[in-house]
Design a protein around this ligand. Structure first.
Ligand code: SF4
Length: 325
């Protein structure tokens, strides 16, 4: 079985963007591959955060991942900081990473612009830690969305540099490109993001979900009910593609373009489908919430399994690069 590595930041509860863009795919991947799924709290530290909240956010994220179907009997689910070898390998890889390559990373430039008061070295070094995350488990496959392609390219470059410097050891990771179209936030403008406040969380009550969808942005050309719309310009149409039947998607396309349905009709069908899709996930969430120790136990066991692999890799790497031991 080939190894897959993927990580997610401990942002607290999962939202639709995470679920549709990544986690549904993770659930499918665990049937075919040896998967390491990591809650990347070291990465999250590169942004301003409240230390009193980090631990809760990590547990909430783990609870949501398990509720969505990540199965600890099939995958290794763990927290990055419970395996300190991530940081050690990051340091080692720093010594073969060209400064200029890191300076080119568009995510660094974007984040630096957004957090001018906290442009820390960790933010700059973020892609090297990502390379370490992947290479520590000798993962051959990494599921990536379009915004992560540049970082994975750099991880591949770092892998080649390490081979040139110390000899062949790490396999060069390959992207597993997701076919999921981009899901915008409820404002229809930007990617779903908790900090922008344009998301729906998987744990939200039914009435909140219905209300949020009812007020979500639609095709801006459809000002009045009798105005024909273009579903391709409407983010809610993309959501129908995930949650509604083929017949319903066809009904939306035809009804929107001919103005035979109104946006409220369309949103009601979507809300019904979303609520019934999320019902089993929310039931599992409640079951985990009723036994909080269970999630911690799963993370500890995942940490033990990940660390067993990581210490073995580090022992071999230390020998390869000539460190005293
Ligand atoms: S009818 Fe549906 S797809 Fe068309 S603009 Fe309204 S909400 Fe969007």
């Amino acid at each position: 079985m080939e190894t897959v590595f993927s990580g997610i930041q401990p942002t607290g509860e999962l939202h639709f963007g995470n679920y549709l863009g990544a986690i549904r795919n993770w659930v499918a991947l665990q049937e075919k591959y040896r998967c390491f799924f990591c809650i990347v709290d070291y990465h999250a530290m590169t942004q301003n955060y409240d230390p009193a909240e980090m631990s809760r956010r990590t547990l909430d994220m783990a609870t949501d991942l398990l509720s969505c179907g990540i199965d600890p009997d099939k995958s290794v689910l763990f927290v990055q900081s419970s395996v300190p070898e991530h940081a050690e390998l990051c340091w080692i890889l720093n010594t073969v990473t060209p400064f200029g390559e890191l300076a080119r990373m568009t995510q660094f430039k974007d984040k630096a612009e957004r957090q001018e008061d906290n442009i820390n070295v960790g933010l700059f070094d973020y892609p090297v830690l990502q390379a370490a995350d992947i290479l520590l488990y000798k993962a051959k496959l990494v599921p990536v969305g379009a915004d992560q392609v540049q970082h994975l390219e750099l991880a591949r470059e770092i892998c080649r540099k390490s081979t040139a410097r110390w000899g062949q050891y790490f396999p060069e990771p390959q992207p597993l490109l997701s076919s999921t179209p981009k899901i915008l936030g409820l404002d229809g403008q930007a990617k779903m993001s908790k900090s922008i406040g344009n998301t729906i969380s998987l744990g939200e009550p039914d009435d909140v979900i219905r209300k949020k969808l009812a007020t979500a942005a639609t095709d801006p050309q459809r000002v009045r009910r009798k105005d024909p719309g273009n579903p391709d310009n409407c983010n809610l149409h993309s959501l129908h593609a995930f949650f509604s039947s083929q017949e319903q998607v066809a009904w939306v396309r035809e009804g929107c373009a001919s103005a035979s349905i109104g946006c409220l009709d369309c949103k009601k069908v979507l809300a019904d489908n979303v609520v019934s899709h999320l019902a089993p996930i929310q039931q599992k969430r409640q079951a985990f919430a009723a036994s909080p120790g269970r999630v911690e136990e799963i993370l500890r066991e995942g940490g033990r399994k990940a660390r067993a692999v990581a210490t073995e890799t580090l022992a071999e790497v230390r020998k390869l690069i000539g460190l005293w031991s």
